[in-house]
Design a protein around this ligand. Structure first.
Ligand SMILES: N[C@@H](CCC(=O)N[C@@H](CS)C(=O)NCC(=O)O)C(=O)O
Length: 213
């Protein structure tokens, strides 16, 4: 398989964790989204969404990190990231989607660039936007873990799932943006646990071939 990824991209980070958890090798292709490489015609022809990640499996190219997680689960079921048991599956997807559908899109690079470019917001206003939506999102995650989390060490029990695969990169994004996350102890406990796991370590931005300080 081939993975098109950017070291600091949290959606790429999700797929890197998934591949590592499943022990699946993939050739790494760095796509520098800071320099706009994801919008170049060659890459856009592969991925019309003009975003990372993109997974290529033989003649099958797939964007959208959540679709990739599901594809990997279907092709390589163990360890399963999206459980089969209906209620656990729903819980995992509830939290994963709170991140993938509610949190990530509003603070994505192209949104922040549009705020500062065409809409003319200052850097401070853009940062306030980021912090506001991050706080809303993490409050929801903390509440979900308090209601349904079951005490750890992962979001939903003793095995990592798609919920953890989404949570850890979203925390990394928020910390990089300077957000204070002390108010979310359950979120941070899951993240602390994940930081000891080899698959989560291997997937970190600083371990990637395109990493820049
Ligand atoms: N929903 C998509 C989002 C993909 C996405 O937007 N990725 C970001 C990096 S985390 C990106 O490529 N951003 C480029 C941009 O905003 O222009 C997914 O989960 O794969």
């Amino acid at each position: 398989m081939q993975l098109y990824s950017f070291f600091n991209s949290s959606t790429s980070y999700r797929v890197r964790i998934a591949l590592a958890l499943k022990g699946l090798p993939a050739d790494y292709h760095g796509v520098n989204i800071r320099n706009g490489e994801h919008r170049a015609p060659g890459y856009a022809a592969l991925n019309p969404s003009r975003a990372v990640p993109l997974l290529v499996d033989g003649d099958f190219a797939l964007g959208q990190s959540m679709a990739i997680l599901d594809y990997l689960d279907q092709r390589h079921p163990e360890p399963r990231l999206i459980p089969l048991e209906p209620r656990l599956r729903a819980r995992v997807l509830e939290l994963a989607h709170a991140i993938a559908c509610d949190m990530h899109p509003v603070n994505n690079l192209r949104i922040l660039k549009y705020l500062q470019g065409p809409l003319g917001l200052s850097a401070a206003q853009k940062d306030a936007w980021y912090a506001h939506w991050a706080a809303e999102g993490f409050e929801a995650l903390e509440g979900l873990l308090a209601l349904h989390g079951g005490g750890g060490p992962w979001c939903f029990g003793s095995q990592p799932t798609a919920a953890d695969v989404c949570l850890v990169p979203q925390v990394a994004n928020a910390l990089r943006a300077g957000c204070a996350l002390d108010a979310y102890p359950r979120v941070m406990a899951v993240r602390a646990h994940a930081q000891q796991h080899p698959a989560f370590i291997a997937a970190r931005p600083q371990e990637q071939p395109d990493h820049q300080p």
